[in-house]
Write a protein that binds this ligand. Structure first.
Ligand SMILES: Nc1nc2c(ncn2[C@@H]2O[C@H](COP(=O)(O)OP(=O)(O)O)[C@@H](O)[C@H]2O)c(=O)[nH]1
Ligand SMILES: [Mg+2]
Length: 204
């Protein structure tokens, strides 16, 4: 049966030194620079405009926010990076928070968001290196696709991926219009449906 998001609820926010919620079947995390549209993406996927707080002002969220979907898995909204004016100590705290989370082994899949209109930044490239280093499967998502003409979107999304140093494909997504939603939901469904011990079974 086709995968759908039927239920989405906020579980908890976790800061530096805080404890994560009880582990459930899988966990999919959203990463990207501040203001790229992480919270809007979660709201759009869940069909609930008020689930994750969105903001015009970058760098507002300093916590990891967990949302439980279909009583089955978590979508995780990570604090954004790359707010130029942030003090050094703030950036270090961000680094610690993210590294501890990525190293926890909880994350099954990452959606890395890039603004469809912009070249990836040095911070984006560093984030991408973390993802490869921790060998976490990922999907690239080019956000705010509605800002470009429909005919230019897929090509622009793909060049974001290429510029990051990844295989040249990203899902072109708009939280405003819902473009790309069916595709991303399908991909999330495929991630969720892999049994947790499928890899271990291969070793037997
Ligand atoms: N046009 C357009 N604006 C978007 C889209 N996604 C997010 N935004 C806007 O970008 C700003 C930042 O979004 P937010 O989800 O809070 O970004 P976050 O910091 O990555 O969580 C908000 O003003 C959103 O309304 C999109 O797909 N299209
Ligand atoms: Mg946010």
């Amino acid at each position: 049966m086709e995968f759908r998001i039927k239920k989405a609820e906020f579980v908890t926010s976790v800061g530096l030194g805080g404890s994560y919620p009880e582990q459930i079947s899988s966990e999919i995390a959203m990463v990207g620079k501040s203001n790229v549209g992480k919270s809007s993406l979660i709201n759009s996927l869940c069909g609930n405009g008020k689930l994750a707080k969105t903001s015009q002002k970058p760098g507002k969220t300093r916590l990891i926010n967990f949302f439980e979907i279909n009583n089955e898995f978590y979508l995780v909204d990570l604090p954004g990076y790359g707010f130029a004016s942030a003090p050094k100590v703030e950036k270090e705290k961000w680094g610690e928070l993210i590294e501890r989370y990525l190293a926890s082994g909880r994350v099954k899949h990452i959606c890395m968001l890039l603004d469809i209109r912009h070249e990836p930044t040095a911070d984006d490239k560093m984030m991408f290196k973390y993802i490869l280093y921790y060998a976490i499967p990922y999907t690239l998502v080019a956000t705010k696709a509605d800002k470009l003409a429909r005919s230019k979107r897929q090509q622009a999304a793909n060049s974001c991926a290429r510029a990051l140093g990844a295989p040249p494909y990203a899902v072109a997504y708009s939280s405003e219009t819902g473009d790309g939603k069916d595709e991303l939901i399908r991909r999330i469904g495929a991630v969720i449906e892999v049994p947790p011990n499928a890899i271990d079974e291969l070793d037997k």
